[in-house]
Design a binder for this molecule. Structure first.
Ligand SMILES: Cc1cc2nc3c(=O)[nH]c(=O)nc-3n(C[C@H](O)[C@H](O)[C@H](O)COP(=O)(O)OP(=O)(O)OC[C@H]3O[C@@H](n4cnc5c(N)ncnc54)[C@H](O)[C@@H]3O)c2cc1C
Length: 417
């Protein structure tokens, strides 16, 4: 059965089983081992692609509810109108057609680690030999935070479009208020980048407006000199940065935010980024072991410390590596390699390395960057930043801004094409 007829077959079976209300167990198309990957973001799409690229005989199934992936990376440039959502949207066609990944558009509602099966919302049940979970993050909003009215825009797509439209409709002289959750959260420089991009946009388009940044952390977490300089100098009189501010509640109709340490603040546009934890499926599968929020994994294979044959990569894993797309792509390759070795009766590679890169626009034509390399440390049996590795830009420049497009194109290409 070819990929598309198999997909139709699965769809039909899914519908039929839902009606008959008993699960159909879908076996892999051929007799080889089956690896199921859940989540088609930077972690999952890369893992599915490289599993097939390196081991074409494997049955690899990617399950993702959305037909296309909308990237959070570069999404701050949708807010200031420099990019359209289409320019950061990617299909799974290449994964299916070029590499032979079976792509199923569905939601994984349950994992049974004992019988090695996943259940889908359509009612279908699939067996796996190895399962890779890459579901990204879930948000833990504070009291009163209605995500349909006050976007976090920390996932791309509708949330980003909503915030962009609210900014466009904001009056000149208005107040934009945003919050930054306590670390760890997705993309350490991302919120500081957002504050700069929006300040720059308001400076040109909505004169007299303010950007109030409420940061739950003790200080600017990364690239402090660059973002601090941007807040204090480039956007002096526009950005008001407050550290150690914990949000306690949000009035989503009146756009008022309450904090532990300041008086209530009224916004014209409110952007609250909630605290985050591993994807829902990680929690329901019982894989959370790190700080009550993340999945503990073996640092060589990303195999869960709780359930055998289940691996966790990307933002949901709790190794201490940053929660970012570039490194999720890197972790995915380490994990795919380990899964292939394990399925062949071997051991994971003993000295894997991963790397991270974040480019941050600071205005409409300048950007900064931050990189780091991570490696397995046998003394502590953990993943550690390699001493002396990586670095960051010394200033925000036009050249960095241009490089940012080269870097992102290459990451998007390596993940989705
Ligand atoms: C403004 C901004 C700027 C950023 N800039 C950078 C940057 O410069 N560099 C960088 O490296 N990173 C950056 N990031 C971070 C990066 O986007 C994330 O870290 C990355 O997307 C994480 O990849 P992931 O695969 O773990 O999760 P995701 O990309 O969120 O993908 C998870 C996927 O899993 C699917 N899923 C979830 N649950 C299920 C389920 N039960 N069944 C089936 N599918 C499921 C979801 O639909 C989703 O498509 C930025 C983020 C933001 C918000």
């Amino acid at each position: 059965m070819n990929t598309s007829s198999r997909r139709n077959f699965l769809k039909a079976l899914g519908g039929a089983t839902a009606l008959a209300s008993f699960p159909t167990i879908l076996k892999a198309a051929t007799t080889g081992p089956r690896v199921i990957v859940v989540g088609g973001g930077f972690g999952g799409a890369t893992a599915a692609k490289y599993l097939k690229h390196w081991s074409p005989d494997l049955n690899v199934t990617l399950i993702e509810p959305k037909a296309k992936y909308q990237s959070p990376i570069m999404s701050n440039l949708v807010l200031n109108g420099q990019l359209s959502m289409d320019q950061i949207t990617f299909s799974y066609d290449a994964l299916a057609q070029k590499y032979g990944v079976e792509v199923i558009t569905d939601w994984v509602s349950g994992v049974d680690g004992v019988t090695q099966k996943v259940s889908l919302s359509s009612g279908a049940v699939l067996e796996y030999d190895r399962l890779i979970l890459a579901p990204g993050i879930t948000f833990n909003p504070v009291e009163g935070h209605d995500l349909d009215k006050v976007p976090h825009a920390w996932q791309s797509g509708e949330q980003v479009t909503m915030l962009q439209q609210q900014l466009e409709a904001m009056p000149a002289g208005g107040t934009f208020v945003m919050s930054i959750p306590a670390a760890p959260y997705r993309c350490p420089p991302g919120p500081y980048e957002r504050a700069c991009v929006i300040a720059d946009y308001l400076k040109s388009n909505k004169p007299g407006s303010k950007v109030i940044v409420l940061d739950a952390n003790a200080d600017i977490l990364v690239e402090k000199e660059i973002f601090g300089h941007a807040f204090d100098t480039t956007y002096a009189g526009i950005v008001e940065y407050h550290k150690e501010v914990v949000i306690t509640g949000v009035d989503s109709d009146q756009l008022v935010v309450s904090t532990e340490s300041m008086s209530d603040i009224k916004a014209d546009v409110l952007n609250i980024i909630p605290e985050q934890s591993a994807g829902e499926i990680i929690k329901s599968a019982g894989l959370i072991t790190v700080a009550d929020r993340w999945a503990g994994v073996n640092p060589l294979s990303y195999e869960s410390t709780m359930v055998n044959n289940i691996h966790v990569i990307g933002d949901s894993q709790g190794t201490g590596q940053p929660k970012a797309g570039h490194i999720a792509n890197s972790e995915a390759k380490v994990c795919a390699d380990a899964v292939i070795r394990l399925l062949n009766g071997g051991l994971p590679y003993a000295a894997p390395m991963t790397n991270s890169a974040c480019y941050s626009p600071v205005s409409a034509d300048t950007a900064t960057w931050l990189t780091a390399v991570y490696g397995y440390d046998s003394a502590t049996d953990s993943i550690q930043k390699v001493a002396g590795s990586g670095g960051s830009a010394s200033t925000a420049t036009k050249n960095n801004y241009e490089e940012m497009f080269v870097w992102s194109k290459s990451l998007f290409g390596d993940t989705f094409s």
